[in-house]
Design a protein around this ligand. Structure first.
Ligand SMILES: O=C(O)COP(=O)(O)O
Ligand SMILES: [Mg+2]
Length: 219
């Protein structure tokens, strides 16, 4: 447990940081692709599309399939599949629950700040038994901008009444890094998530951690 954790607020990314949801998201993408008459794709390919929100994910999937139809036309179907697949096999990364517990004990207030569609965030957190750790949960579609725009982070900092410079952002991708840097939030990145080809080590993060519980070693 941290003796004195340096930040009073931590904003956590969800997919690829707290939860390994790639197989569920891949299942939803593949239900859509096969419904549209395309071949399914493997999970690793879908992983490389996660991070910019559902619409961008489907845009990439359609492009991959050579399908030129308008993404907006297929989004309602995709959202049905997304909901149906949400709880197929989501997994907390190792150490998440004990680390959140330690942070809570240390008096740190926590929020989830994700590009996952907002209506699916709380059901996922509840199913994994970690919803109680968070004072705020912010998914995509609630605010007019999503990460890498700084607005979601600034919005949460304002809700907590804490200067953004004292709100640590913990994420796994370029969208998290971009949002944190634009907002002026300190940033820690996890190395095990959906980083794609993003250079985690060259973006100015305070630390890049291999295991979630290494958060507690930060000083
Ligand atoms: O659903 C996404 O595209 C990514 O979600 P995240 O912001 O929690 O990584
Ligand atoms: Mg992520």
């Amino acid at each position: 447990m941290p003796r004195a954790f340096p930040w009073p607020v931590v904003l956590f990314d969800l997919d690829g940081t707290l939860v390994d949801s790639a197989s569920d998201i891949a299942a939803a993408v593949n239900r859509l692709l096969t419904e549209l008459g395309h071949h399914a794709v493997d999970e690793a390919t879908v992983r490389s599309w996660i991070g910019d929100g559902a619409r961008e994910l489907v845009t990439q999937a359609l492009r991959h399939a050579g399908d030129t139809r308008d993404v907006g036309a297929v989004m309602p179907r995709f959202m049905v599949h997304y909901g149906d697949c949400l709880l197929l096999d989501p997994r907390l990364y190792p150490g998440v629950e004990t680390t959140l517990e330690a942070l809570r004990t240390a008096g740190v207030r926590m929020a989830v700040c994700t590009n996952k569609p907002a209506q699916y965030v709380s059901p996922l957190l509840e199913a994994l038994g970690i919803d109680g750790f968070f004072d705020a949960v912010l998914g995509a579609g609630v605010l007019p901008e999503r990460k890498p725009h700084p607005l979601p982070l600034l919005h949460l900092a304002r809700e907590f009444g804490v200067d953004i410079g004292r709100c640590l952002m913990v994420g796994d991708s370029a969208t998290d890094a971009g949002a944190a840097i634009a907002a002026g939030a300190p940033l820690v990145l996890v190395a095990y998530g959906y980083r794609r080809d993003f250079d985690l080590y060259g973006c100015g993060a305070l630390a890049v951690i291999d295991r979630f519980d290494q958060l507690l070693d930060l000083r």
